[in-house]
Design a protein around this ligand. Structure first.
Ligand SMILES: O=C(O)CCC(=O)C(=O)O
Length: 352
């Protein structure tokens, strides 16, 4: 990776190292979501029930017949490969830094262990540049590489297609929780903090010691993930806590419910822990779209889903502050635990 060799920073603690052979995740639901575009009310409700069951039992599912055009996909994947094929100097020209977290980065850490990967981050809806930047404030402006014709256009087109798909999935999740179909859409109207990440995992000399991405849960609302046909995404199965491999399915996206949906649903749905294993012979590409609300959103269990018998399990928290703290501590490799939704759980709060 840009001339990097396997050093200690990549080595996982023994209990987090991947096993040589991992079972394939039999049973992760593969859901045809086309009824949303052309089905009657009964088939849309049946589809929502499938999405609800998958969100409860796995926190993960695969969608097919999702409506994203083939040529939009092809252009985005070509742009991704072209970007990572650039020279280290060209990539460094759009490298992220402490105040400006978008662009290229090859030194991301998850839970303080370095990931075996390089990434490029962009926001599909760029906020206007701030008039003044206060200390510690992050500036979310895209850094587009020079000399890569079509790159920006391909990813903007992909971002639009992803937004439509993510909103459709939000409708299915709302219906599955017995809410108004458009109940969740308002959270994503204005200053979304959604971002797209291009991931490249080069072959790794010690795939038994390192991970492409360390174990984590996604903090946002929903992730729509493209993975190529190499395989490497592992999810922790809820029923027995085992790591299992998510089999690549052609022309599909993997959807995982994020922590925000877990909080909104008051734990009816749970975000699943996942990670990426690497291998010694084949590079791998993936492209997550992290669908996140506006930075001003207050996240708490939805009032329709709480009652005297089922009281709210979380205190409200400000999403923008949560997101910036996470971004900052991933970058600075702080020695303290990253902020988690568990910190807002009413029953887990320390008694002072
Ligand atoms: O590459 C993948 O399959 C998953 C990536 C992921 O979990 C992440 O980028 O947070």
């Amino acid at each position: 990776m840009g001339g990097l060799s396997m050093d200690q920073a990549f080595v996982q603690a023994p209990e987090h190292r991947p096993k040589a052979a991992l079972a394939e995740a039999a049973g992760i639901p593969v859901i045809d979501i086309s009824p949303l575009a052309n089905g009657d009310e009964a088939s849309v409700e049946a589809l929502a029930a499938e999405v609800g069951k998958a969100s409860r039992e796995w926190g993960f599912f695969v969608v097919v017949r999702h409506g994203v055009p083939d040529d939009t996909m092809a252009r985005a994947l070509e742009a991704q490969r072209a970007f990572f094929a650039m020279t280290p100097e060209q990539k460094a020209a759009v490298r992220r830094d402490e105040a400006a977290p978008l662009g290229y980065y090859e030194s991301e850490h998850t839970k303080n262990v370095r990931d075996w990967k390089e990434v490029f981050d962009l926001v599909p809806r760029e906020p206007p540049p701030p008039a003044a930047v206060s200390d510690g404030e992050l500036v979310f402006q895209n850094k587009w590489p020079q000399d890569l014709p079509g790159f920006r256009e391909a990813l903007e087109e992909y971002g639009n297609a992803m937004e439509q798909l993510a909103l459709n999935l939000m409708e299915l999740i709302a219906r599955s929780l017995g809410l108004r179909p458009d109940r969740l859409k308002g959270f994503f109207k204005d200053d979304q903090t959604t971002f797209i990440r291009l991931n490249h995992y080069p072959p790794c000399p010690s795939p038994d010691l390192a991970l492409g991405v360390g174990r984590h849960k996604d903090a946002g609302a929903l992730t729509v993930l493209y993975q190529d046909d190499v395989g490497g995404l592992d999810v922790r199965r809820r029923s027995d806590g085992e790591w299992v491999r998510v089999r690549p399915v052609p022309d599909s996206f993997i959807i995982n419910v994020g922590d925000i949906v877990q909080v909104w649903s008051n734990d009816r749905y749970e975000s699943a822990e996942h990670r990426v294993s690497v291998n010694s012979h084949k590079e791998r590409f993936s492209m997550p779209y992290f669908f996140n609300p506006g930075s001003g959103a207050m996240i708490e269990p939805l009032e329709e889903l709480v009652s005297d018998e089922n009281p709210p399990r979380y205190d409200a928290y400000n999403w923008g502050e949560f997101f910036s703290t996470r971004k900052n501590s991933n970058f600075k490799k702080l020695a303290v635990e990253n902020v988690q939704i568990a910190h807002f759980r009413k029953d887990l709060k320390p008694i002072v």
